[in-house]
Design a protein around this ligand. Structure first.
Ligand code: ARG
Length: 398
């Protein structure tokens, strides 16, 4: 560690583990903790948590409002890439970790800390994302992950906290481990660990039980400008508000629940429940608009890179040079992805029911089977002859 510095910057959540960490880092490593709470959306009570860190012994404590940065620099590229890990998970936590890493590194530089700390355990993906993110941005910073080393069970953490006057959760706590931000909620643990068991209703907060959703369908028109969603039903609004409104609207119709067994990077299969109505609706609409505006080969090639984008993000590679190149590719593809898409929500479903674009490549005169057909039927015969020539040559030799 850099001589003279005894500070460490901790990604503080306000929960039991990172609260205990403030005391533990002092006792075990003689480090003064600078606590940082990052607001990437859907957070509440942050000012109280900022004070809580100070009351436990943090020497400095900050709330960083990173909602806009998260929306523009992380969510937007994920929309451009229609990013879904294993075709279903819109990367809620995986997208926020590189942003939090960046903020930790910035605070470390400002406060003269030579190390940063996070609260991740050894079993998850998030530790990988923090470790790789931080090392990509400043390899000279030491990374501390107390929960990976201390070997305390939840009960032992409670005892540790109680013995030091650290507030422990009083009310019966939720059995779930939840991570949430603008792009959605990830819910794990408790009864969800048995993949045979249907998730109980209290695992969900932003989505209605589809059975109780309204009996009337609701349509919403989403306008995109060069890949960016900019308006709902013709009302322009900042990306942050648009994503939140989309989330509420889609969730109120019971859309956006994902229940999957996911392959973690660390080799474990885990049962994950996500609430991601806004994310899934926007990706659905965006993909439809791409089908209308991107030419065939670009579209097919892009689908392959989209999967790479999702995997790299999931695996903690946000700051990998390959990701810079993939993001540049994605941005290039978005120039003509402008227009509107109408989605229809009804009792847990979201269907795309109409799309239009000034850059539409759909030409009714080419597609029609009625009058006005402009397609060259004569050219088709020769096209088929030459396209099939290699197959014919092969078959004649058989
Ligand atoms: N399985 C998801 C992922 O790897 C969600 C992780 C949620 N994190 C958490 N600390 N509960 O991205």
């Amino acid at each position: 560690m850099m001589s003279g510095s005894k500070k460490t910057v901790l990604a503080y959540s306000g929960g039991l583990d990172t609260s205990v960490m403030i005391a533990w880092l002092k006792e075990k490593h003689d480090l003064d903790v600078v606590a940082v709470l990052v607001d990437a959306g859907r957070a509440s009570g942050l000012e109280d948590l900022r004070k809580k860190a100070l009351s436990i012994g943090a020497v400095e404590s900050y709330v960083v409002d990173a909602k806009d940065e998260f929306a523009h620099d992380f969510v937007l590229p994920a929309v451009a890439a229609n990013a879904l890990y294993e075709e279903r998970y819109p990367l809620v936590s995986a997208l926020s970790r590189p942003l939090i890493s960046k903020i930790l590194v910035e605070v470390a530089h400002k406060s003269g800390a030579a190390s940063v700390a996070h609260g991740c355990t050894a079993k998850g993906n998030d530790q990988v994302r923090f470790d790789l993110g931080i090392r990509s941005l400043d390899p000279s910073l030491e990374i501390l992950a107390p929960a990976r080393e201390w070997g305390m069970t939840r009960e032992q953490s409670m005892e540790y906290a109680a013995a030091r006057g650290i507030p422990v959760p009083l009310k019966k706590e939720s059995p779930f481990s939840v991570d949430e931000n603008l792009w959605g909620r990830a819910v794990e643990c408790g009864p969800l660990e048995d993949p045979r068991v249907e998730p109980p209703e209290d695992a969900f907060e932003v989505t209605m039980d589809p059975a109780d959703a309204p009996d009337e369908p609701e349509h919403v028109e989403i306008t995109f400008d060069a890949g960016e969603p900019v308006a709902l039903d013709g009302r322009e609004m900042p990306l942050l508000n648009l994503v939140s409104q989309m989330d509420i609207l889609a969730g109120s119709h019971g859309y956006g629940r994902v229940d999957m067994v996911e392959n973690r990077l660390v080799g474990i299969k885990s049962r994950e429940v996500y609430e991601v109505p806004g994310a899934l609706a926007l990706i659905t609409a965006h993909r439809e608009l791409e089908d209308l505006t991107l030419p065939r080969e670009l579209s097919h090639f892009k689908r392959g890179l989209e999967q790479k984008f999702a995997d790299m993000t999931y695996y903690g590679g946000w700051y990998d040079p390959l990701m810079d190149a993939i993001r540049a590719f994605m941005a290039e593809t978005q120039k003509r992805v402008s227009g509107t898409v109408v989605l229809k929500f009804y009792k847990g479903s979201c269907s795309m029911v109409g799309r239009t674009s000034p850059h539409s490549l759909y030409d009714v005169n080419l597609a029609t089977y009625s009058s006005g057909d402009a397609f060259s039927h004569e050219a088709a015969k020769g096209f088929c002859e030459l396209w099939g020539l290699p197959l014919e040559v092969w078959a004649r030799k058989g």
